[in-house]
Design a protein around this ligand. Structure first.
Ligand SMILES: *Cc1c(COP(=O)(O)O)cnc(C)c1O
Length: 398
């Protein structure tokens, strides 16, 4: 193996063009589907929304699905439907995008961060148990990178303490846990359709649930707290009549977006299969690189592989994570870091959260690098990333 000069030191980059860490896959059918809606009577509140909801419900095996303008809006809706209110504590993971905890704050609740399992990077059930108080109302596990959290253990804790489980499955459309689809297991499950996720609507999200009471609340929350349902009206002045019964939001998604979602969902099987193949190739090609810890999969959890994260063994390296990260960027590899522990953000610090709450998550954060992974990549792209990773790691190895 030639000792080629790193691009960061002026050498030739492994790739001539930048490879992003994630991106959407749009084909002609997607475009046709959107154009058809643009030419139709309904740009919003039309039939494409209900169709997308029905198809996501069928895909996940849930009874009901409610689409929202974003995954974050969907999580907010789930917290409302779960009855999270002033002072209620909700246990969640710090190893997530800020939105997971923010939705608790929107409702006046208190996020309580429990530490993660150092093998799977998912919430550690034992740490959840230790975080329960008389004020605990719900648990929000995140299926981090697409690997389902330990749902049996989490649901058992929830049953014992009468807690609601809201799954943040923004990473996990198409993932399975003990042969059940994510989306049909907990009380409510959130999916996101941001362009880096498995399928996209531009912006968009969904809650799936088997519970008709949550379903009704979610529908009403999404549209200002307004209902036209005759069974629910206090009065009825005539056919035009509707009532706003609680303070909801305009969190509706459009038919333009959901028509894209419907078209994208037709290809979900292929998208997931491709991600699995690419992840398997990464695992195979990087298994002998002792400076890296590769993602560990529990036998009962079948990941849908949203992210491929490697953990640097910094004791074996002469460089910091920042240097390795910058060197890979210069090789034209679009690496990323997921995530800055939520409570380390300045806003959370202003609420009183401090470094040290979840030491495992904090040390993982110091060592994580996310490698590119999306359905539009080819095996050759993975091999480019692997070549760049090996080039950089070898250079900085002790
Ligand atoms: C993407 C994401 C969200 C938020 O979804 P949006 O659709 O971007 O609002 C929440 N949680 C996690 C873990 C995510 O990855």
């Amino acid at each position: 193996m030639s000792k080629s000069k790193l691009a960061i030191d002026g050498g030739k980059p492994v790739r001539a063009h930048y490879l992003p860490y994630g991106r959407q896959m749009i084909d002609d059918e997607d475009i046709e589907s959107v154009v058809k809606v643009l030419q139709s009577d309904y740009l919003t509140s039309g039939p494409a929304i209900e169709q997308f909801e029905a198809e996501i419900a069928a895909f996940t095996g849930a009874k009901y699905a409610v689409a929202f303008s974003s995954g974050t809006a969907a999580l907010h809706g789930a917290c409302y439907a779960a009855g999270i209110g002033e002072g209620d504590e909700v246990i969640t993971t710090p190893m997530t995008f800020a939105a997971t905890a923010n939705c608790v704050l929107y409702q006046g609740g208190v996020p309580v961060f429990a530490d993660i399992d150092p093998r799977t990077y998912n919430l550690d059930p034992q740490r959840i148990r230790e975080s329960i108080t008389a004020r605990t109302k719900a648990i929000i596990p995140v299926h981090f990178t697409g690997q389902p959290a330990q749902l049996d253990e989490i649901l058992q804790i929830a049953r014992e303490h009468n807690l609601i489980v809201i799954e943040d499955a923004a990473h996990a459309l198409g993932a399975r846990y003990k042969d059940r689809s994510i989306g049909s297991i907990g009380d409510m499950t959130m999916f996101s359709f941001h362009p880096v996720k498995h399928i996209t609507t531009g912006e968009g999200g969904m809650i799936t649930t088997n519970n008709p009471v949550y379903y009704e609340k979610l529908l009403q929350f999404r549209t200002h707290g307004i209902t036209r349902d005759e069974r629910k009206l206090r009065e009825n002045h005539g056919p035009w009549y509707y009532e706003m019964q609680f303070l909801g939001y305009n969190y509706r998604i459009t038919d333009i977006q959901t028509s894209l979602g419907i078209s994208q969902l037709r290809r979900i099987g292929g998208f997931i299969e491709k991600r699995k193949q690419l992840a398997a190739l990464y695992l195979q090609e990087l298994s002998a690189t002792k400076e890296l810890i590769l993602p560990h999969q529990l036998p009962e959890a079948e990941s849908s592989w949203h992210l491929f994260i490697v953990r640097l063994q910094l004791v074996r390296l002469k460089a910091t994570r920042k240097t390795v990260f910058q060197a890979l960027q210069k090789e034209n590899i679009g690496v990323n870091v997921h995530y800055i522990p939520a409570y380390l953000h300045p806003y959370y610090e202003s609420l009183g959260f401090r470094k040290g709450i979840c030491p495992v998550a904090e040390s993982c954060y110091e060592e994580f690098i996310t490698l590119p992974l999306y359905a539009g990549m080819e095996p050759e792209d993975v091999l480019d990333v692997v070549a760049a990773v090996k080039k950089v790691i070898r250079h900085y190895s002790k």
